[in-house]
Design a protein around this ligand. Structure first.
Ligand code: ATP
Ligand code: MG
Length: 493
């Protein structure tokens, strides 16, 4: 078992005066961040929190959220980070599933948990008198630090155990790829309750690097922070990058901005091309809650020649593609399987799911992809969403990307429907842009020009909105439920 000094305490000892975290109004040094965290820890102890307890956090991005995470580390308790977009039912389900002892919630979010006796607002916690408690000066790398539920895109969410070691190696792996520069500052505009956001806070304390927090994503402010040199690295999902590029107009980012880390889902090719033209240093990355953030990232020197690839594994990690129990050849599609010290040890209270996912030390991601002859990963789709039509594999993401490249299409989702001849055929659900006039015939023609015949959707339904989860990810398994509504709508036209 490897032990390390508590990260925040060590950081406050090594570089106390450095800025740890900033937002629009405030800045705190590492020494101040440690003091604030220690204070929260003594109040949490007053609220009854003990070593090993699970404590949920239901907070929006703000400095206090980071302080409370560190406070729980100082007590040896585990932080369960909850998505603030979840419904009361979903939040309550996670609390019961995890057996959380307490929930620390923002004032305006506490009501969502109604009468749950475990809820305490941050102001109620702040009002407690501090009790004298021994703060842990060390941490053990194989202990669980945080728990996060997966987004629930493919099924019921699962609580992922993230150890201190997972966070440590994730931060180290990222630095070995991106480097660490004097003057670096990482913008957290993604939620801190997702691993994309929390991992920034972990890097900040491990590297001794300031982070800048946005309470919610603001493309205009993000661009301004990049333009004036405050921010040098930023984590985004495709939709955020799209808005920043639109807001940027003809302007170009200065050289101080060195990395736009793009992950969370597929990256639309037209967006990557636009960024290439505008000289935006986009690094595509692949990762998930179970890998404590990135596990595969495209290194800077390949961002142009391997456009569309998610890159190679980070230094401490390994990747392979498995097909029918064997390692696939280059360009042969199969399940993406990963290994590394940043990969979870399993799911909370789910030994069967853990055994299914982790076999022989390798984590089976449930995603499909292939590697090229140089070992670069291309992510195709989720295994559970794969459509098999007449023996051919059809990837919904590929068809969605084509539909999305049509000027009239705002959103697109593709799923398989049963077919007597082919077993399954792809079927598309489209939300049109306001005032757009594309029809089923025209869109099918557009697809025929760009896709093999068996990939062209057999039906295209027009709908008002697509089903998405709290992470805004498309729920393909629910698309079929839209058919009656879409048919009614078509018959009215
Ligand atoms: P659940 O596991 O409950 O279905 P989820 O997998 O959506 O939810 P996350 O851990 O938030 O939950 O998301 C990780 C997933 O996002 C990956 O497994 C992959 O499917 C997708 N993803 C991440 N990066 C990329 C990428 N570069 N390209 C394509 N898909 C990606
Ligand atoms: Mg998943």
């Amino acid at each position: 078992m490897t032990t390390m000094p508590n990260w925040l305490k060590q950081r406050a000892f090594l570089t106390p005066e450095r800025t740890a975290v900033r937002d629009r109004e405030r800045a705190k040094t590492f020494a101040e961040l440690y003091e604030a965290s220690a204070t929260w820890a003594r109040r949490l102890a007053a609220a009854g929190v003990r070593e090993g307890d699970i404590v949920a956090i239901l907070m929006k991005n703000r400095i206090e959220m980071i302080e409370i995470v560190h406070a729980l580390f100082l007590l040896g308790a585990r932080a369960l980070l909850q998505n603030v977009r979840l419904t009361s039912y979903e939040l309550g389900w996670q609390l019961d599933d995890s057996g959380a002892r307490l929930v620390i919630a923002d004032e305006e979010l506490a009501g969502r948990l109604g009468g749950d006796g475990r809820v305490m607002t941050t102001s109620a916690l702040a009002a407690l008198s501090e009790v004298d408690v021994l703060l842990k000066e060390t941490l053990e790398l194989d202990e669980t630090a945080t728990i996060m539920y997966t987004s629930g895109t493919t099924g019921t969410p699962k609580g992922v155990l993230q150890t201190y070691g997972n966070h440590w190696w994730s931060a180290v792996g990222s630095a070995l790829n991106l480097g660490l520069h004097e003057g670096d500052c990482w913008l957290a505009a993604v939620p801190l309750f997702h691993i994309s956001g929390l991992s920034i806070a972990m890097r900040s304390v491990i590297y001794g690097m300031p982070m800048y927090i946005q309470p919610s994503f603001d493309p205009k402010e993000a661009n301004a922070l990049i333009m004036n040199g405050t921010v040098t690295i930023m984590s985004v999902v495709a939709a955020m990058l799209q808005r920043m590029v639109a807001e940027l107009g003809e302007a170009r980012y200065p050289d101080t901005f060195r990395c736009m880390l793009l992950g969370g889902g597929p990256a639309p090719r037209p967006l990557l091309e636009t960024c290439k033209e505008k000289g935006i240093p986009v690094y595509q990355t692949y990762g998930m809650t179970e890998t404590s953030s990135q596990i595969v990232t495209l290194a800077p020197e390949y961002s142009l020649t391997k456009l569309g690839s998610a890159g190679k594994p980070l230094f401490p990690a390994e990747l392979c593609i498995m097909q029918d129990g064997k390692q696939a050849a280059p360009y042969e599609a199969g399940e993406i399987v990963v290994k590394g010290p940043n990969v979870t040890k399993g799911y909370l209270h789910r030994p069967e799911a853990t055994e299914r996912a982790i076999r022989g030390g390798w984590f089976y991601t449930g995603d499909i992809g292939y590697v090229d002859e140089d070992g670069f990963l291309y992510v195709l789709d989720r295994r559970s969403d794969l459509i098999i039509s007449g023996g051919e594999n059809v990837y919904p993401a590929e068809i969605e990307a084509v539909l999305l490249s049509h000027p009239d299409v705002e959103e697109a989702g593709v799923t398989g429907i049963d077919d007597d001849t082919w077993g399954q055929v792809p079927c598309a659900f489209v939300v049109l842009k306001k005032g757009a006039a594309a029809d089923e015939h025209g869109l099918k023609q557009f697809c025929r020009e760009r896709l093999a015949k068996y990939k062209v959707p057999a039906r295209i339904y027009f709908v008002d909105a697509l089903p998405r989860n709290a992470a805004q990810k498309l729920l393909r398994r629910e698309l079929k439920t839209l058919i009656p509504e879409a048919e009614k709508r078509a018959s009215r036209l």
